[in-house]
Design a protein around this ligand. Structure first.
Ligand code: ADP
Ligand code: MG
Length: 469
Protein backbone atom coordinates (compact mmCIF):
# COMPACT_ATOMS: atom_id res chain seq x y z
CA UNK A 1 0.00 0.00 0.00
CA UNK A 2 2.66 2.45 1.00
CA UNK A 3 4.48 1.79 -2.23
CA UNK A 4 1.51 2.82 -4.30
CA UNK A 5 1.05 5.85 -2.06
CA UNK A 6 4.64 6.75 -2.78
CA UNK A 7 4.04 6.54 -6.50
CA UNK A 8 1.26 9.10 -6.31
CA UNK A 9 3.28 11.31 -4.02
CA UNK A 10 6.25 11.17 -6.31
CA UNK A 11 4.18 12.62 -9.11
CA UNK A 12 3.06 15.46 -6.96
CA UNK A 13 6.22 16.75 -5.30
CA UNK A 14 9.67 17.65 -6.50
CA UNK A 15 12.29 14.94 -6.57
CA UNK A 16 14.28 16.74 -3.94
CA UNK A 17 11.28 16.97 -1.62
CA UNK A 18 10.45 13.36 -2.27
CA UNK A 19 13.92 12.22 -1.36
CA UNK A 20 14.02 14.36 1.76
CA UNK A 21 10.57 13.89 3.18
CA UNK A 22 9.11 10.69 1.82
CA UNK A 23 11.89 8.23 1.24
CA UNK A 24 12.82 8.12 4.95
CA UNK A 25 9.30 7.20 5.96
CA UNK A 26 8.85 3.60 7.02
CA UNK A 27 5.39 2.06 6.88
CA UNK A 28 4.98 0.05 10.08
CA UNK A 29 1.54 -1.43 9.99
CA UNK A 30 -1.90 -1.40 8.50
CA UNK A 31 -4.76 -2.35 10.73
CA UNK A 32 -8.44 -1.56 10.41
CA UNK A 33 -7.80 0.92 7.68
CA UNK A 34 -5.25 2.73 9.81
CA UNK A 35 -1.86 3.06 8.22
CA UNK A 36 0.94 3.82 10.64
CA UNK A 37 4.06 5.38 9.27
CA UNK A 38 7.25 5.89 11.15
CA UNK A 39 9.06 9.20 10.80
CA UNK A 40 12.55 9.96 12.07
CA UNK A 41 11.77 12.90 14.31
CA UNK A 42 9.20 15.18 15.72
CA UNK A 43 10.40 17.92 13.47
CA UNK A 44 9.86 15.64 10.51
CA UNK A 45 6.33 14.98 11.59
CA UNK A 46 5.61 18.67 11.99
CA UNK A 47 7.03 19.37 8.58
CA UNK A 48 4.85 16.75 6.95
CA UNK A 49 1.83 18.09 8.75
CA UNK A 50 2.59 21.64 7.73
CA UNK A 51 3.40 21.03 4.13
CA UNK A 52 2.04 17.77 2.86
CA UNK A 53 -1.04 17.04 4.87
CA UNK A 54 -3.44 17.65 2.00
CA UNK A 55 -1.52 15.40 -0.29
CA UNK A 56 -1.19 12.71 2.36
CA UNK A 57 -4.88 12.73 3.06
CA UNK A 58 -5.64 12.35 -0.60
CA UNK A 59 -3.40 9.39 -1.16
CA UNK A 60 -4.58 7.71 2.00
CA UNK A 61 -8.13 8.05 0.90
CA UNK A 62 -7.29 6.85 -2.54
CA UNK A 63 -5.58 3.74 -1.24
CA UNK A 64 -7.64 2.93 1.81
CA UNK A 65 -11.00 4.33 0.93
CA UNK A 66 -13.06 6.80 2.82
CA UNK A 67 -12.41 5.15 6.18
CA UNK A 68 -8.68 5.42 5.74
CA UNK A 69 -6.60 6.99 8.46
CA UNK A 70 -3.02 7.85 8.99
CA UNK A 71 -1.04 7.58 12.16
CA UNK A 72 2.45 8.72 12.81
CA UNK A 73 4.92 7.01 14.97
CA UNK A 74 7.92 9.04 15.86
CA UNK A 75 11.26 7.57 16.69
CA UNK A 76 12.36 8.92 20.02
CA UNK A 77 15.30 11.16 19.61
CA UNK A 78 17.14 9.73 22.56
CA UNK A 79 17.89 6.57 20.64
CA UNK A 80 15.46 4.25 22.32
CA UNK A 81 14.31 1.89 19.65
CA UNK A 82 11.05 0.76 18.12
CA UNK A 83 8.81 2.44 20.61
CA UNK A 84 5.87 4.47 19.49
CA UNK A 85 5.86 7.10 22.11
CA UNK A 86 3.88 9.69 20.29
CA UNK A 87 1.12 8.75 18.03
CA UNK A 88 -1.10 11.28 16.42
CA UNK A 89 -4.33 10.06 15.06
CA UNK A 90 -6.08 11.63 12.19
CA UNK A 91 -9.81 11.20 12.42
CA UNK A 92 -11.39 9.24 9.61
CA UNK A 93 -11.77 11.12 6.41
CA UNK A 94 -15.26 11.82 5.19
CA UNK A 95 -17.02 9.82 2.59
CA UNK A 96 -16.89 12.14 -0.37
CA UNK A 97 -15.02 10.57 -3.16
CA UNK A 98 -11.59 11.87 -3.85
CA UNK A 99 -12.31 12.93 -7.38
CA UNK A 100 -14.81 15.46 -6.23
CA UNK A 101 -12.53 17.11 -3.75
CA UNK A 102 -10.81 20.16 -5.11
CA UNK A 103 -7.28 20.60 -3.86
CA UNK A 104 -8.01 23.57 -1.71
CA UNK A 105 -11.19 22.31 -0.20
CA UNK A 106 -10.91 21.73 3.52
CA UNK A 107 -11.46 18.13 4.33
CA UNK A 108 -13.74 17.10 7.08
CA UNK A 109 -10.94 16.86 9.54
CA UNK A 110 -10.46 19.01 12.52
CA UNK A 111 -7.01 20.11 11.59
CA UNK A 112 -6.76 22.51 14.44
CA UNK A 113 -7.09 19.70 16.85
CA UNK A 114 -4.39 17.70 15.17
CA UNK A 115 -2.04 20.59 14.93
CA UNK A 116 -2.69 21.66 18.45
CA UNK A 117 0.47 20.48 20.14
CA UNK A 118 -1.07 20.52 23.58
CA UNK A 119 -3.83 18.01 23.36
CA UNK A 120 -3.49 14.86 21.42
CA UNK A 121 -6.90 13.35 20.93
CA UNK A 122 -7.65 9.75 21.55
CA UNK A 123 -4.78 8.89 23.83
CA UNK A 124 -5.17 8.13 27.48
CA UNK A 125 -1.68 8.86 28.53
CA UNK A 126 -0.32 11.90 26.81
CA UNK A 127 3.13 11.39 25.52
CA UNK A 128 5.12 14.50 24.97
CA UNK A 129 8.02 14.80 22.62
CA UNK A 130 10.85 16.01 24.85
CA UNK A 131 12.69 18.00 22.18
CA UNK A 132 16.03 16.82 23.47
CA UNK A 133 19.07 16.73 21.25
CA UNK A 134 20.81 13.40 21.91
CA UNK A 135 24.24 14.81 21.12
CA UNK A 136 23.94 17.27 24.00
CA UNK A 137 24.51 14.56 26.56
CA UNK A 138 26.49 14.55 29.79
CA UNK A 139 28.93 12.23 28.09
CA UNK A 140 29.65 14.88 25.51
CA UNK A 141 29.88 17.65 28.04
CA UNK A 142 33.49 18.17 29.05
CA UNK A 143 34.01 18.91 32.69
CA UNK A 144 36.29 21.74 33.77
CA UNK A 145 36.70 24.20 36.62
CA UNK A 146 34.42 26.57 34.73
CA UNK A 147 31.42 24.28 34.88
CA UNK A 148 32.03 21.92 37.79
CA UNK A 149 29.31 23.25 40.08
CA UNK A 150 26.72 23.63 37.34
CA UNK A 151 27.47 20.19 35.98
CA UNK A 152 27.41 18.50 39.38
CA UNK A 153 24.16 20.15 40.38
CA UNK A 154 22.68 19.25 37.03
CA UNK A 155 23.71 15.69 37.60
CA UNK A 156 22.21 15.68 41.08
CA UNK A 157 18.95 16.98 39.68
CA UNK A 158 18.97 14.32 36.98
CA UNK A 159 19.30 11.60 39.60
CA UNK A 160 16.46 12.92 41.70
CA UNK A 161 14.26 15.22 39.69
CA UNK A 162 12.11 17.33 41.97
CA UNK A 163 13.73 15.68 44.97
CA UNK A 164 16.66 17.96 45.64
CA UNK A 165 16.94 21.45 47.05
CA UNK A 166 17.91 22.55 43.54
CA UNK A 167 14.44 23.47 42.42
CA UNK A 168 14.47 25.41 40.29
CA UNK A 169 17.95 24.83 38.99
CA UNK A 170 19.05 27.97 37.22
CA UNK A 171 22.08 27.73 34.99
CA UNK A 172 23.46 31.04 33.88
CA UNK A 173 26.44 32.23 31.87
CA UNK A 174 27.57 34.10 28.77
CA UNK A 175 26.82 33.28 25.18
CA UNK A 176 28.08 29.98 23.84
CA UNK A 177 29.33 28.59 27.14
CA UNK A 178 27.18 25.48 27.25
CA UNK A 179 23.91 26.42 28.97
CA UNK A 180 21.73 24.82 26.34
CA UNK A 181 23.97 21.78 26.16
CA UNK A 182 23.87 21.22 29.90
CA UNK A 183 20.11 21.74 30.05
CA UNK A 184 19.63 19.05 27.41
CA UNK A 185 22.06 16.76 29.19
CA UNK A 186 19.98 16.90 32.34
CA UNK A 187 16.83 16.16 30.39
CA UNK A 188 18.44 13.25 28.56
CA UNK A 189 19.75 11.75 31.77
CA UNK A 190 16.36 12.02 33.42
CA UNK A 191 14.73 10.33 30.46
CA UNK A 192 17.30 7.54 30.68
CA UNK A 193 16.76 6.97 34.35
CA UNK A 194 13.04 7.66 34.51
CA UNK A 195 11.55 6.81 31.12
CA UNK A 196 8.04 7.41 32.40
CA UNK A 197 8.64 10.97 33.41
CA UNK A 198 7.41 13.59 31.04
CA UNK A 199 10.36 15.80 30.22
CA UNK A 200 9.97 18.87 28.09
CA UNK A 201 12.65 21.19 26.77
CA UNK A 202 11.38 24.44 25.37
CA UNK A 203 13.08 27.68 24.45
CA UNK A 204 11.51 30.64 26.17
CA UNK A 205 10.89 32.27 22.84
CA UNK A 206 8.87 29.29 21.71
CA UNK A 207 7.05 29.20 25.02
CA UNK A 208 6.11 32.87 24.65
CA UNK A 209 4.92 32.40 21.07
CA UNK A 210 2.87 29.36 21.96
CA UNK A 211 1.26 31.35 24.70
CA UNK A 212 0.41 34.25 22.40
CA UNK A 213 -1.10 31.84 19.89
CA UNK A 214 -3.10 30.23 22.65
CA UNK A 215 -4.42 33.62 23.69
CA UNK A 216 -5.42 34.35 20.11
CA UNK A 217 -7.16 31.01 19.72
CA UNK A 218 -8.67 31.23 23.19
CA UNK A 219 -6.95 28.05 24.20
CA UNK A 220 -4.84 29.41 27.01
CA UNK A 221 -6.39 26.93 29.41
CA UNK A 222 -5.14 24.10 27.25
CA UNK A 223 -1.78 25.76 27.22
CA UNK A 224 -1.64 25.97 30.99
CA UNK A 225 -2.92 22.44 31.47
CA UNK A 226 -0.38 21.09 29.09
CA UNK A 227 2.50 22.66 30.94
CA UNK A 228 1.12 21.73 34.32
CA UNK A 229 1.28 18.04 33.57
CA UNK A 230 4.98 18.07 32.74
CA UNK A 231 7.25 16.33 35.26
CA UNK A 232 10.46 18.06 34.26
CA UNK A 233 10.20 21.42 32.59
CA UNK A 234 13.31 22.89 31.04
CA UNK A 235 13.05 26.46 29.84
CA UNK A 236 16.04 27.86 28.00
CA UNK A 237 17.04 31.53 28.01
CA UNK A 238 14.43 32.85 30.41
CA UNK A 239 15.96 36.30 30.12
CA UNK A 240 13.77 36.47 27.03
CA UNK A 241 10.73 36.86 29.30
CA UNK A 242 12.01 40.25 30.41
CA UNK A 243 9.39 42.92 29.83
CA UNK A 244 6.74 40.39 28.77
CA UNK A 245 4.26 40.70 31.57
CA UNK A 246 1.58 38.32 30.38
CA UNK A 247 4.07 35.60 29.61
CA UNK A 248 5.64 36.08 33.01
CA UNK A 249 2.22 35.81 34.61
CA UNK A 250 1.37 32.56 32.96
CA UNK A 251 4.80 31.17 33.64
CA UNK A 252 4.45 32.18 37.27
CA UNK A 253 1.30 30.10 37.59
CA UNK A 254 2.78 27.14 35.84
CA UNK A 255 5.90 27.42 37.95
CA UNK A 256 3.92 27.44 41.17
CA UNK A 257 1.82 24.49 40.16
CA UNK A 258 4.83 22.41 39.18
CA UNK A 259 6.85 23.39 42.21
CA UNK A 260 4.05 22.63 44.62
CA UNK A 261 3.67 19.22 43.08
CA UNK A 262 7.31 18.38 43.41
CA UNK A 263 8.02 18.66 39.70
CA UNK A 264 11.49 19.72 38.58
CA UNK A 265 12.08 23.06 36.90
CA UNK A 266 15.33 23.82 35.10
CA UNK A 267 16.02 27.26 33.72
CA UNK A 268 18.87 28.87 31.87
CA UNK A 269 19.65 32.51 31.52
CA UNK A 270 22.44 34.72 30.31
CA UNK A 271 22.58 36.50 33.68
CA UNK A 272 22.09 35.69 37.34
CA UNK A 273 18.69 36.59 38.83
CA UNK A 274 20.02 39.71 40.56
CA UNK A 275 20.91 41.20 37.21
CA UNK A 276 17.74 40.34 35.35
CA UNK A 277 15.95 43.51 34.40
CA UNK A 278 12.31 43.68 33.49
CA UNK A 279 11.43 40.52 35.39
CA UNK A 280 8.71 40.53 38.01
CA UNK A 281 9.95 40.44 41.56
CA UNK A 282 7.82 37.45 42.50
CA UNK A 283 9.39 35.45 39.67
CA UNK A 284 12.90 36.52 40.55
CA UNK A 285 12.39 35.53 44.14
CA UNK A 286 11.27 32.10 42.98
CA UNK A 287 14.29 31.74 40.77
CA UNK A 288 16.33 32.13 43.90
CA UNK A 289 14.51 29.37 45.77
CA UNK A 290 16.68 26.68 44.30
CA UNK A 291 20.23 26.90 43.10
CA UNK A 292 21.84 29.26 40.64
CA UNK A 293 25.00 27.86 39.12
CA UNK A 294 27.13 29.69 36.62
CA UNK A 295 29.07 28.52 33.61
CA UNK A 296 32.36 30.33 33.18
CA UNK A 297 34.78 30.53 30.30
CA UNK A 298 36.61 27.24 29.97
CA UNK A 299 40.34 27.27 30.51
CA UNK A 300 42.75 26.18 27.82
CA UNK A 301 42.88 22.55 28.85
CA UNK A 302 39.11 22.28 28.85
CA UNK A 303 38.87 24.01 25.48
CA UNK A 304 41.26 21.52 23.96
CA UNK A 305 39.32 18.67 25.48
CA UNK A 306 36.08 20.07 24.06
CA UNK A 307 37.58 20.32 20.59
CA UNK A 308 38.91 16.81 20.81
CA UNK A 309 35.53 15.52 21.86
CA UNK A 310 33.81 17.27 18.96
CA UNK A 311 36.41 15.97 16.52
CA UNK A 312 36.04 12.48 17.82
CA UNK A 313 32.32 12.74 17.29
CA UNK A 314 32.93 13.77 13.70
CA UNK A 315 35.37 11.01 12.99
CA UNK A 316 37.90 13.35 11.42
CA UNK A 317 41.13 14.33 13.01
CA UNK A 318 43.08 17.53 12.72
CA UNK A 319 46.75 17.86 13.59
CA UNK A 320 47.40 18.55 17.23
CA UNK A 321 48.97 21.94 16.64
CA UNK A 322 45.92 23.07 14.70
CA UNK A 323 43.61 22.03 17.51
CA UNK A 324 45.79 23.75 20.05
CA UNK A 325 45.89 26.85 17.96
CA UNK A 326 42.10 26.99 17.80
CA UNK A 327 41.87 26.58 21.53
CA UNK A 328 44.47 29.23 22.15
CA UNK A 329 43.12 31.82 19.83
CA UNK A 330 39.38 31.56 20.40
CA UNK A 331 39.10 31.77 24.09
CA UNK A 332 35.82 33.32 25.08
CA UNK A 333 33.09 31.43 23.31
CA UNK A 334 32.88 27.69 22.86
CA UNK A 335 30.36 28.02 20.07
CA UNK A 336 32.70 30.17 18.01
CA UNK A 337 35.54 27.81 18.63
CA UNK A 338 33.38 24.93 17.52
CA UNK A 339 32.28 26.88 14.45
CA UNK A 340 35.90 27.35 13.47
CA UNK A 341 36.56 23.67 14.03
CA UNK A 342 33.61 22.70 11.87
CA UNK A 343 34.72 24.95 9.07
CA UNK A 344 38.13 23.34 9.15
CA UNK A 345 36.70 19.85 9.32
CA UNK A 346 34.48 20.62 6.36
CA UNK A 347 37.44 21.86 4.38
CA UNK A 348 39.46 18.85 5.35
CA UNK A 349 36.80 16.45 4.17
CA UNK A 350 35.67 18.35 1.09
CA UNK A 351 38.99 19.25 -0.42
CA UNK A 352 40.79 16.23 0.90
CA UNK A 353 43.31 18.85 1.75
CA UNK A 354 45.50 18.45 4.79
CA UNK A 355 44.77 21.19 7.27
CA UNK A 356 47.96 22.95 8.20
CA UNK A 357 48.55 25.43 10.93
CA UNK A 358 48.91 28.09 8.24
CA UNK A 359 45.46 27.36 6.84
CA UNK A 360 43.98 27.30 10.30
CA UNK A 361 45.43 30.72 11.03
CA UNK A 362 43.94 32.22 7.90
CA UNK A 363 40.60 30.72 8.65
CA UNK A 364 40.54 31.85 12.26
CA UNK A 365 41.41 35.34 11.13
CA UNK A 366 38.39 35.38 8.90
CA UNK A 367 36.27 33.80 11.52
CA UNK A 368 36.89 36.10 14.42
CA UNK A 369 37.70 39.27 12.56
CA UNK A 370 35.00 41.26 14.22
CA UNK A 371 35.70 40.31 17.76
CA UNK A 372 38.96 42.19 18.15
CA UNK A 373 41.00 39.16 18.88
CA UNK A 374 44.08 39.37 20.99
CA UNK A 375 46.58 36.65 21.62
CA UNK A 376 46.06 35.03 24.97
CA UNK A 377 48.54 34.59 27.77
CA UNK A 378 48.27 30.87 27.26
CA UNK A 379 49.15 31.16 23.62
CA UNK A 380 52.17 33.27 24.44
CA UNK A 381 53.31 30.77 27.03
CA UNK A 382 52.94 27.94 24.61
CA UNK A 383 54.91 29.66 21.88
CA UNK A 384 57.66 30.71 24.27
CA UNK A 385 57.94 27.24 25.78
CA UNK A 386 58.02 25.59 22.38
CA UNK A 387 60.73 27.98 21.34
CA UNK A 388 62.94 27.15 24.29
CA UNK A 389 61.84 23.53 24.33
CA UNK A 390 60.48 23.60 27.84
CA UNK A 391 57.33 21.97 29.15
CA UNK A 392 54.69 24.62 29.79
CA UNK A 393 54.14 23.50 33.39
CA UNK A 394 57.64 24.71 34.24
CA UNK A 395 56.48 28.31 33.90
CA UNK A 396 54.02 27.72 36.68
CA UNK A 397 56.44 25.89 38.91
CA UNK A 398 58.66 27.41 41.55
CA UNK A 399 61.87 26.41 39.86
CA UNK A 400 64.61 29.02 39.63
CA UNK A 401 66.54 27.30 36.90
CA UNK A 402 67.99 29.94 34.66
CA UNK A 403 66.32 29.01 31.39
CA UNK A 404 62.96 28.59 33.07
CA UNK A 405 63.25 31.96 34.78
CA UNK A 406 64.13 33.50 31.45
CA UNK A 407 61.21 31.91 29.60
CA UNK A 408 58.90 32.93 32.39
CA UNK A 409 60.08 36.52 32.23
CA UNK A 410 59.78 36.64 28.46
CA UNK A 411 56.27 35.30 28.51
CA UNK A 412 55.35 37.89 31.15
CA UNK A 413 56.86 40.59 28.98
CA UNK A 414 54.85 39.58 25.91
CA UNK A 415 51.71 39.08 27.96
CA UNK A 416 51.96 42.64 29.21
CA UNK A 417 52.74 43.95 25.78
CA UNK A 418 50.24 42.00 23.71
CA UNK A 419 47.24 41.34 25.91
CA UNK A 420 44.99 43.55 27.96
CA UNK A 421 45.50 41.38 31.02
CA UNK A 422 46.30 42.97 34.36
CA UNK A 423 49.73 42.38 35.89
CA UNK A 424 48.06 40.37 38.62
CA UNK A 425 46.41 38.11 36.07
CA UNK A 426 49.65 37.63 34.19
CA UNK A 427 51.31 36.71 37.47
CA UNK A 428 48.54 34.28 38.25
CA UNK A 429 49.26 32.50 34.97
CA UNK A 430 52.88 32.05 36.00
CA UNK A 431 52.31 30.13 39.18
CA UNK A 432 50.92 32.92 41.33
CA UNK A 433 53.48 35.70 41.06
CA UNK A 434 52.40 39.13 42.29
CA UNK A 435 52.22 42.19 40.11
CA UNK A 436 55.52 43.59 41.33
CA UNK A 437 57.27 40.43 40.18
CA UNK A 438 55.68 40.75 36.75
CA UNK A 439 56.73 44.37 36.49
CA UNK A 440 60.25 43.47 37.51
CA UNK A 441 60.32 40.70 34.89
CA UNK A 442 59.26 43.09 32.16
CA UNK A 443 61.99 45.56 33.09
CA UNK A 444 64.57 42.84 33.15
CA UNK A 445 63.60 41.74 29.66
CA UNK A 446 63.81 45.28 28.30
CA UNK A 447 67.20 45.81 29.92
CA UNK A 448 68.60 42.55 28.70
CA UNK A 449 67.41 43.12 25.15
CA UNK A 450 69.35 46.37 25.12
CA UNK A 451 72.60 44.77 26.16
CA UNK A 452 72.43 41.17 24.96
CA UNK A 453 72.39 40.64 21.23
CA UNK A 454 71.54 36.95 21.42
CA UNK A 455 68.68 37.66 23.76
CA UNK A 456 67.42 40.38 21.47
CA UNK A 457 67.25 37.99 18.54
CA UNK A 458 65.23 35.54 20.67
CA UNK A 459 62.76 38.29 21.35
CA UNK A 460 62.50 39.27 17.71
CA UNK A 461 61.93 35.66 16.65
CA UNK A 462 59.25 35.20 19.22
CA UNK A 463 57.55 38.46 18.41
CA UNK A 464 57.29 37.35 14.79
CA UNK A 465 55.77 34.04 15.81
CA UNK A 466 53.28 35.74 18.06
CA UNK A 467 52.07 38.30 15.59
CA UNK A 468 49.55 36.52 13.49
CA UNK A 469 49.38 38.02 10.10
P1 ADP B 1 24.78 28.61 25.32
O1 ADP B 1 23.43 27.97 25.39
O2 ADP B 1 25.36 28.88 26.67
O3 ADP B 1 24.83 29.83 24.47
P2 ADP B 1 25.50 26.15 24.02
O4 ADP B 1 25.02 25.19 25.04
O5 ADP B 1 24.66 26.32 22.81
O6 ADP B 1 25.77 27.57 24.67
O7 ADP B 1 26.97 25.73 23.63
C1 ADP B 1 27.60 26.14 22.44
C2 ADP B 1 28.39 25.00 21.87
O8 ADP B 1 29.49 24.73 22.70
C3 ADP B 1 27.58 23.73 21.79
O9 ADP B 1 27.85 23.08 20.59
C4 ADP B 1 28.08 22.91 22.96
O10 ADP B 1 28.04 21.53 22.67
C5 ADP B 1 29.50 23.38 23.10
N1 ADP B 1 29.98 23.31 24.49
C6 ADP B 1 29.92 24.28 25.42
N2 ADP B 1 30.45 23.87 26.58
C7 ADP B 1 30.83 22.59 26.39
C8 ADP B 1 31.46 21.59 27.22
N3 ADP B 1 31.81 21.83 28.48
N4 ADP B 1 31.73 20.39 26.66
C9 ADP B 1 31.41 20.14 25.37
N5 ADP B 1 30.82 21.02 24.55
C10 ADP B 1 30.54 22.24 25.03
MG1 MG C 1 21.65 28.51 24.46
Amino acid sequence: IWDSCLKVIKDNVSLQAFKTWFEPIIPVRLEDNVLTIQVPSHFFYEWLEENYITLLKKVIRKELGAEGRLEYSIIMENNSTNTTPYTVKLPALNKKSLKNVPVSMPLNVDEKQIRNPFIIPGLKKVNVESNLNPSYSFENFVEGDCNRLARASGYAVANKPGGTAFNPLLIYGGVGLGKTHLAHAIGIEIKNQFPNKTVLYVGSEKFAHQFIDALKNQTSNDFIHFYQMIDVLIIDDVQFFAGKEKTQDVFFHIFNHLHQNGKQIILTSDKPPVEMQGMEQRLLSRFKWGLSADLGTPDLETRIAILEKKMYGNGIELPKDVVEYLAYSINTNVREMEGALNTLLAQASLNKKAITLELAKQMVDKFVKNTAREVSIEYIQKIVCDYFDLPIEMLKSKTRKREVVQARQISMYFSKKMTKSSLANIGAHCGGKDHATVLHACRTVVNLSETDKQFRSYLEDLEKKLTIQ
